[in-house]
Design a protein around this ligand. Sequence first.
Ligand code: GLU
Length: 415
Amino acid sequence: MKEQSALDTALEQLRIAAEKLNLDPGIHEMLKHPKRSLIVSISIKMDNGEISTFTGCRVQHNDARGPFKGGIRYHPNVTLDEVTALAMWMTWKCAVVDIPYGGAKGGVCCNPKKMNLNEIERLTRRYTSLILDVIGPYRDVPAPDVYTYAQTMAWIMDTYSQFKGYSVSECVTGKPISIGGSEGRAEATSLGVVVCAREAAKVRDLKFNGATVAVQGYGNVGWNAAKIAYDMGCKVVAVSDSVGGIYCQKGLNPYDVYEHKSKTGSVVNYKGCKNIKNEELLETKCDILIPAALENQITKANADKIKAKIVVEGANGPTTPEADKILDEKGIMLAPDILANSGGVTASYYEWVQNLTREHWTLEEVNQKLENKMVKAFSDVYNIMRKEESDMRTAALMLGVGRVAEAIKTLGLWP
Ligand code: GLU
């Protein structure tokens, strides 16, 4: 049987929302397809002198509510279909938190773990030059995603600026602070995830202080979520990365685990913890489960074995529609990706506003704005869920897709 692809998931979610919203079939059809997809071949010289060619793309789903916005990922499994799904999710996400952006995503099919920093820099600059015509501060603003970082964004900004002939900090977000990045951006996705977990705990009458947490993925989103949850008084009992996971009933210290991973390359074999498989991580007995890795992790094969009371999606698309149903029937509350991980793009928006106005806000300012935004989005979605007697995903999709459809109708269709 063919595995459910991210695009299958995204289209099925759109179908559910369209049905619930009684969406104009013409607009539904329009939203199934990205407005523009650009495929590029990125040839670079590797350090051994050989030329390698990588396939990349930038998919721009919809810009009715504002410039296209979304990250760029470097991963060996990147496909055009996957990036298209991710671009669609960005459109809904920006609408759910009500920031004036559309949705896009970029990807390069490569294995950054097998490349050195010089090769990744050349790849980034060449890729930027190839998508130069379709990006820009008022057109499409890239940001980090899987295996891309603040440094990657700095190279994009520099390449873009060299072509323009002047410095354009507002062409990309998630930059280092020294060149116009925002305070708080690096941890923003995770702060948003943990705020969502706290709000979900509130409505579920679950005590957040002391709640047990399991986190899948120990990249930027996963590790910072573990850290922030720990700092807010939760007990982090299990974490994992692409190599494997660790479990400790009495709770672990995410900072120490991070140091251990920096030294050894993985969270596994951390002292005092039991090594577990990645599948076991998802099935850990805990209050709050945070999938913060890749798509397609909670499926109909394992949804029934999830023991958490609340699932908060740090990753994009970790749960399939079939699994959504199973979790809902089990009474598990799921804060969906387009709500739960929207803190990242929200802080990106704050960074862009700061760049455009040549200002620099304090960390307190950014975090306060971000927290207010997340709390508001959570309660907007929660109220729709109550009213519609749906699950949180359907409610969030109804809010996001509904706002985008409204913008499309208001703009009208040129010509
Ligand atoms: N890649 C992140 C996401 O999936 C952030 C996107 C952005 O900041 O534009 O939401």
